[in-house]
Design a protein. Structure first.
Length: 160
């Protein structure tokens, strides 16, 4: 039974990574899209992915907890380290990754509004360009990849 639980844990993690890839692709795509109106269309794919991503992440955690109790991994430090690291990564990603979507959306909407309505109060014309090339997409990619690699290392090698 334990092997099936591990299978479900890994499978749900792969499914979560697939759904999360939508966010990563959109975040990186913003960097190359100079037209604020076109960039707003990227948001069309995100709401459904967000709900599914949260569900799959919860599934990964719940199944991982079940596996941890089945083999008493909770008595080993690697299990606690992996859970803590996942919590930290989730907080960082939510704060800076999701925050980036808010920044880019607001800057794009202001730029589109100013373009359509010349009588609108002037805004910084470089705000959208600055939001597009912000550090967040690259930073979140590094945090995600390094964090995932460390969690995988902890799970595979159980160093402590």
């Amino acid at each position: 039974m334990y092997r099936w639980i591990v299978f479900l844990h890994v499978f749900s993690a792969f499914a979560w990574l697939l759904v999360h890839g939508v966010y990563a692709a959109v975040m990186l795509k913003f960097r190359g899209e100079a037209d604020p109106e076109r960039s707003l269309t990227f948001f069309n794919a995100l709401p459904n992915s967000m709900r599914l991503g949260r569900f799959l992440l919860a599934l990964v955690v719940i199944i991982g907890l079940i596996a941890g109790f089945m083999q008493t991994w909770w008595k080993q430090g690697w299990m606690w380290a992996a859970v803590a690291l996942l919590a930290v990564i989730s907080i960082v990603m939510n704060r800076y990754g999701a925050g980036y979507f808010d920044v880019i959306e607001k800057a794009a909407m202001r730029a589109v509004e100013q373009r359509k309505n010349q009588s609108a109060p002037p805004t910084d014309p470089d705000a959208f360009a600055a939001a597009r090339v912000a550090w967040r997409p690259i930073g979140m990619t590094v945090v995600g990849l390094v964090g995932l690699a460390v969690i995988l290392w902890l799970m595979m090698f159980k160093p402590f």
